[in-house]
Write a protein that binds this ligand. Sequence first.
Ligand code: MG
Length: 392
Amino acid sequence: MKKRIAILGSTGSIGTQALEVIKQHPDKFELEVITAQINSSLLIKQAIEFKPNAVVIGSKKHYKEVSRALSNFNIKVFAGEESISQIVEMDTIDIVLISLLGFSGLNPTINAIKAKKQIALANKETLVVAGELLVKMAKINHVNILPVDSEHSAIFQCLTGEDFNPIEKIYLTASGGPFRGRDRNFLSKVKKEQALKHPNWNMGNKITIDSATLMNKGLEVIEAKWLFGLNPEQIEVIIHPQSIIHSIVQFQDGSMKAQMGLPDMKLPIQYAFSYPLRLKSDFPRFDFINYPKLTFEFPDTKIFRNLALAFEALKKGGNMPCVLNAANEVVVEAFLKDKVPENGRGIGFLQMSDIIEKCMQTIQFIENPGYEDYVLTDIETRKKTLNYISEI
Ligand code: MG
């Protein structure tokens, strides 16, 4: 039986790679639904190639264009944010890949869990914002949340067959990004073009900036807590510039298991789709001769403060990770623009952490937040972040 897949965010980096995986295994997977926020032309192209049952375009102003282009095909077309959330309830879907951007992934993920769909989660922000809520809901609905993040997929793979063996510790590996080893003086002057050049991974803009600031690793620390039920003390970040070891689990007897391979997101995507099976692939293989040295070092959290802030948010709990995430989404968006309306200029690389920290100090703390609290915290933090940007 083929697994029928919905891809929320099919025009992004993960979405397009997921389509390649589906294309390589037509006997195993079938595309049921694709959605995009604004990239209507690519969505149309994908729909014509893969002939899904339905497509959703988030931005309503593109509805006419998409429905006209697909009128000769037997493909249902919907529009709007609510439709993206609702489409996951379709009976014919087995797996929902959530590859939406940031906070926007939360509501569709909740709906997909309620509809008892298997979740392939590429959108780490949803777990950062509302991990406790999602994990609880997944348990009640007997839904697996399968990680698509490469580090978490690595840990998930290392834990296969270890159901009754407690984890002592995990090591999340990080490439260190393009600015590894640089000092604050250098970082104060970097431009977005430099930050967008990641040494190992080819990803979307937001996550590439997050990798340069180490916020990506910070978000992944929080993601790991919820996926694997860990305490902050059990999670360690280790810089591994070659990105060959994707992460490591250390068990109670001191034994460590690592998952390795060349950096390619198609592998974690395919594993989340095919789990618990592994499918034959022609992805390039790791060759020891090309990597005679695998190296490791500790991150410098005094320079890359976002990682320290993420640990702080994790330890504090409540709505603090939600504050961290919302502030980060806004500062990254501002950093990606040369000029922001708030101050008519841009925002510097190091100012991103400064503003996130200010938000964490000033937004009202809620110890046991529910869904509404997360939504309000998100809105409140975004407002405050924009204010802070206007003051610099
Ligand atoms: Mg990752």
